[in-house]
Write a protein that binds this ligand. Sequence first.
Ligand code: ZN
Length: 192
Amino acid sequence: MADRPAALCGQRKGQPPRPGDVADQTGIATARVVALLRNLQLRDLIGLDPDGEVIRYAYPFTETPTGHRVELKANALNALCAVDALGVASMYGTDITVESSCRQCGQKIRFTTADKGRALSDLSRTEAVVWYDLAYSDSAAASCCPAIAFFCSDEHLRQWLNAKKPRRVGVRLTLAEALQLGRAIFGPVLVT
Ligand SMILES: [Zn+2]
């Protein structure tokens, strides 16, 4: 492994690459990499630490545990929100398993995708729904993402919404609808 590029090693360890790793891999000067990363952050495509050099999240994934676990090939990753989790399969053109829980009662919600992310299968809660929150401000990760979640039923979504003050603004989606939204957002990301 000694001669393997550092960025690749970082990815294989499930960690984001450091600017120096990206520089080694691409031949772009480290200072330029840092500037590019900051530009990506301004466009709300990634999030950096306060020093502006360490990648904390890059949609749809984050280092921080969110409760939305995505099994992608041999990796177990944290998705920033329910819709991000649902978009991963289309983004990578493969099928995934998602394990999350009802935001209201904590009951496990698990499913796999089929047909490279175009459909859902093995859904543990067939009546599960997604709340797509619209409270965007500065970055999705810091505003709407924490509230874009799975619920085991409409009743538990209703209970959760009723307890929120001020009232949350968003849309209730079936899992199939949320899958289509995730596909629309993340499907084109890695298409060249
Ligand atoms: Zn529930």
